[in-house]
Design a protein around this ligand. Structure first.
Ligand code: CU
Length: 165
């Protein structure tokens, strides 16, 4: 009996502890509504011109152009490359389908392992990294907006190439 009481107190303490963590992390102003998106409800468009042509993007949550949390889904064709770059904020990537390689460094390393669906990456702010696909791939990208991407080599920036033409 005593032992069982101890376990209960232990569980109670854990719940209290979890409760206080949840409370301290709760947003000051909770969202007014929840978001439910079936795949067919997602509004796909061409990814912004900072990405090489061929990528599609659907905003799932928030607005990547504004301050605050955002989540976008990106559909990338086979053999798509994102040249070495960095972001001012952390970037989180979940592979939904296909396979995605993300590597750290100043040059694309074709030997970087393409990670299968279900994989997760988190790149800290300002970390130099690159990415590529081998087959059509869908990823979710989340972070704190406003989202910006700076290529290490400005010649890799397709938005600048378009402007120069
Ligand atoms: Cu990135």
């Amino acid at each position: 009996m005593r032992r069982r009481g101890g376990v209960l107190v232990g569980i109670g303490g854990l719940l209290l502890c979890l409760g206080s963590v949840a409370r301290s992390e709760a947003p000051a102003t909770p969202a007014a509504t929840h978001t439910v998106l079936a795949p067919e409800d997602m509004k796909w468009a061409d990814a912004p011109p900072i990405f090489v042509k061929g990528a599609k993007m659907a905003v799932l949550l928030g607005d990547p152009g504004k301050p605050g949390m955002f989540i976008v889904r990106m559909k990338l064709p086979a053999n798509y490359k994102i040249a070495p770059h960095w972001h001012p904020t952390d970037e989180n990537v979940t592979v939904i389908s296909g396979s995605f390689a993300i590597g750290m460094g100043e040059k694309i390393d074709p030997k970087t392992k393409a990670m299968p669906a279900g994989s997760f990456f988190s790149m800290p702010a300002k970390m130099h990294h690159f990415a590529f696909t081998k087959k059509e791939t869908v990823v979710d990208v989340s972070g704190m907006g406003p989202f910006t991407l700076t290529y290490l080599d400005p010649n890799d920036d397709p938005s600048k190439q378009a402007a120069a033409k």
